[in-house]
Design a protein around this ligand. Structure first.
Ligand SMILES: NC(=O)c1ccc[n+]([C@@H]2O[C@H](COP(=O)([O-])OP(=O)(O)OC[C@H]3O[C@@H](n4cnc5c(N)ncnc54)[C@H](OP(=O)(O)O)[C@@H]3O)[C@@H](O)[C@H]2O)c1
Length: 297
């Protein structure tokens, strides 16, 4: 079936409508441009017209300001707004979804039950948590649906890296804290190493060029050697040597505790967002007629 909205035409025919045009959508588009489009893609956002123009120019995707038309025409909807924007977005756009629609939320929260309460009953809800490395085909993407693995969803994320279907939705929160946010922690670490190199008197441009190469080389070797990180660390850190002295300083500063605190803070933020979303949902139902109150989970 052809699309009146003029989706990008590809060999496959799934029509994917995307609500949101931010960082993660750009990442997915980069990945699909590189490794193969899973279907026909159309993107909309809230108000940033320049952003839509930029995505259309870079990726050739069709963009529109007409949310209702996009949702009517799409078979699969990717919800890529911030967690705190999910309830408001679905209050506006949820009624435009219809039976047979598949909605994939990329948000760290809220959960499937909260999302489903804002949609017509027959819509299937999936949650997906890719990461920024989707752009280069190395995302670790967590997926969950109450129905278990769904082939058409798998085909969306498979070209972008490794996919993991979780049995338990609760596991998606720690998964997000580690694998969704993980690239951010690593970039922070690399950025701080760069700063440290400059503080030691190394040339800023050189440091900027080589720190990423060093990190890439070390992680590639970790993956290809089959050794554990601890084994490779011990190979580098000869007792009494230079690296061992550096690692001892990290241990003395309790880097281990800092990283655990980091992951727990990410989990806590996701749980807080989930609680806010539930509160928003209850507030919205409280303002609706008694007819709708029966849908409240
Ligand atoms: N960034 C990551 O690495 C990553 C990884 C995995 C999952 N995620 C998840 O992906 C989601 C988006 O993250 P992001 O980093 O891409 O955020 P972002 O850069 O802030 O983008 C948010 C997007 O949502 C749009 N939006 C807001 N309200 C909308 C509405 N009612 N209808 C349609 N579009 C609307 C915004 O449009 P305007 O600009 O016009 O306001 C913007 O394009 C989050 O829930 C996050 O948890 C992110």
């Amino acid at each position: 079936m052809s699309s009146d909205l003029g989706y990008r035409k590809e060999a496959t025919t799934i029509r994917i409508g995307i609500l949101g045009a931010g960082a993660i959508v750009k990442t997915l588009l980069e990945g699909w441009q590189r490794f193969g489009w899973p279907g026909e893609v159309m993107v909309t956002n809230r108000s940033n017209a320049a952003r839509l123009e930029a995505l259309a120019a870079s990726f050739g995707v069709v963009t529109t300001r007409d949310h209702a038309a996009l949702l009517q025409d799409a078979e699969m909807v990717l919800l890529a707004v911030r967690p705190g924007q999910v309830v408001e977005t679905l209050q506006q756009d949820g009624p435009s979804l219809h039976a047979g629609h598949l909605l994939i939320s990329l948000a760290a929260a809220p959960d499937c039950e909260t999302i489903a309460a804002l949609l017509p009953k027959e819509v299937t809800v999936v949650r997906a948590m890719p990461n920024l490395a989707a752009a280069v085909g190395h995302s670790v993407t967590g997926l969950y649906s109450q129905q278990g693995m769904i082939g058409v969803v798998q085909s969306l994320f498979e070209p972008l890296g490794t996919t993991v279907w979780l049995d338990d939705e609760a596991a998606l929160t720690p998964f997000t804290a580690l694998f969704g946010s993980g690239p951010g922690y690593l970039y922070h670490f690399v950025d701080l190493l760069e700063e440290g190199g400059v503080a030691l008197g190394l040339d800023r441009d050189q440091v900027a060029r080589f720190v990423a190469e060093m990190a890439f080389g070390a992680l590639t070797y970790l993956k290809e050697s089959g050794a554990t990180p601890a084994e490779l660390r011990d190979e580098v850190a000869t007792p009494g040597g230079v690296t061992a002295a550096g690692i001892a300083a990290l241990d003395a500063a309790d880097l281990r505790a800092s990283l655990l605190t980091c992951l727990r803070a990410a989990v806590a933020r996701a749980e807080q967002t989930q609680a806010h979303a539930r509160a928003d949902l209850f507030a919205s139902f409280a303002h609706q007629s008694l007819d709708n109150a029966g849908q409240l989970p």
